[in-house]
Design a protein around this ligand. Structure first.
Ligand SMILES: Nc1nc2c(c(=O)[nH]1)N[C@H]1C(S)=C(S)[C@@H](COP(=O)(O)O)O[C@H]1N2
Ligand SMILES: [Mo]
Length: 392
């Protein structure tokens, strides 16, 4: 793959996915914009110099990242949609809460509702965190390791670091009242049902432990000082910092709080490797360069970023001789749970084709390997990526 990889044209979407009903509770009181046939799955502009366009998904181009900006602008952030971006009216929106894990248990039909106005009465919270899709880097299973895998062929741009703004989920749950025996919370989106292979899997939803809810999870209505764009979950999304992107449910419709472990196809069928339900993101690194970049001969100051779902990045090493020798990059400070920017000086590059390798280690002691074991859906590609460049 090179920088000129043609973006796929936007696929015509299966409108059957917009059908609601069946075994799943409908949210009839929330007006959701009906997309017309042929409507785009993503609403924000996706300039070709900034994004790879995969139809329902869009990847940030690392070659377009501004090394002087720590945060990823919302307009530049990758988008990952199972179906399409719904349009939700914030005036009539309400988050539904129910389940036997509430101090006063409630059924789905009798859910407690919280409007945005209700939520805005709670203490405000902001959190800088790296946000990343589980499948980021997937294409390298194929191109670097020769492993066939299925899923969106992301390179390394299904990631960003943003400042989330909203309230702490812990404050919401305290206000509503939690049963001490509550263990699991299922977050459900208001986007159309996910239909694939002729099966309706219902709305996008995924459970997570109450412990994560009480730790660092915000319910966010803003990003980097702006209201959330429709594509990123307007008017409200869940964020589980450091965890796989699928855990951060957009267009949050409901939270079911339970005293028993909950499940969904997003934990039993997808976003798992073998017996392991995926939660914390691995360590990864990217150069702020186009794939196959041409670099002018002479002393080169190169930049990149590294991140980990578990802990701040402590060390980044660079190799330009296929891993025979490694040199330390200068690593900047991470803000809160965000990534680390780094730079490295290539003093005397020779003309010709080279591979740039970058390998990060986090404060939890996790280092990027040279090879990631294959899994069918191509999750968690964390091996050192061999970034080709030509010095001219
Ligand atoms: N309701 C809903 N939430 C969702 C998704 C979705 O399709 N529907 N996609 C998930 C996945 S797989 C990822 S990686 C992130 C992407 O968030 P973003 O599009 O704001 O970057 O949202 C997650 N939350
Ligand atoms: Mo994802």
């Amino acid at each position: 793959m090179d920088a000129s990889t043609p973006a796929t044209t936007r696929r015509t979407l299966c409108r059957a996915a917009a059908a609601v009903g069946g075994a799943f509770a409908t949210h009839a009181f929330v007006p959701i914009g009906r997309a017309h046939a042929g409507a785009p799955a993503i609403l924000k502009p996706l300039p070709a110099d900034q994004f790879f366009d995969f139809g329902t998904n869009a990847e940030m181009r690392w070659g377009s990242v501004d090394p002087r900006r720590y945060l990823t602008p919302q307009s530049r952030l990758f988008v990952r949609n199972h179906t399409l971006t719904p349009t939700i009216d914030p005036e009539t929106y309400a988050l539904r809460l129910y389940g036997d894990g509430l101090r006063r248990p409630r059924s789905a039909d009798d859910a407690l509702t919280l409007t945005l106005r209700d939520l805005r009465r709670l203490p405000r919270a902001t959190l800088i965190a790296t946000h990343e899709c589980t499948g980021n880097g997937r294409s390298f299973f194929v191109t670097q390791q020769g492993n066939p895998v299925s899923g969106t062929t992301w390179t390394l741009g299904a990631v960003g670091t943003v400042r989330w703004e909203g309230v702490r989920l812990r404050d919401v749950l305290r206000r509503v009242g939690l049963d001490p025996a509550a263990v699991s919370i299922q977050a459900t989106g208001l986007d159309p049902h996910y239909v694939t292979g002729g099966v309706d899997y219902g709305p996008v939803r995924r459970p997570f432990p109450v412990s994560k809810a009480l730790d660092d999870a915000p319910l966010a209505w803003g990003m980097n000082g702006e209201p959330l764009l429709p594509d990123h979950g307007h008017p409200l999304r869940l964020v589980l910092p450091g965890w796989v992107g699928i855990a951060s449910i957009k267009w949050l419709g409901s939270l079911e709080v339970s005293t028993t472990e909950l499940a969904s196809p997003w934990t039993t069928k997808w976003y798992r490797i073998g017996q392991e339900v995926l939660t914390t993101n691995p360590v990864r690194s990217a150069w702020e360069l186009p794939w196959g970049a041409e670099l002018k001969r002479g002393r080169l100051e190169l930049t990149g970023r590294s991140w980990s779902g578990a802990a701040p990045v402590r060390r980044v090493e660079v190799s330009v001789d296929g891993g025979a020798t490694w040199q330390r990059a200068r690593v900047g400070r991470a803000q809160q749970q965000g990534w680390s920017q780094w730079s490295w000086t290539w003093a005397r590059p020779e003309a010709g084709a080279h591979e740039l390798w970058a390998r990060a280690t986090d404060a939890a002691g996790r280092t990027q390997p040279l090879l990631t074991p294959r899994n069918d859906n191509g999750y968690f590609f964390d091996a050192v990526v061999r970034h080709p460049v030509t010095v001219v």
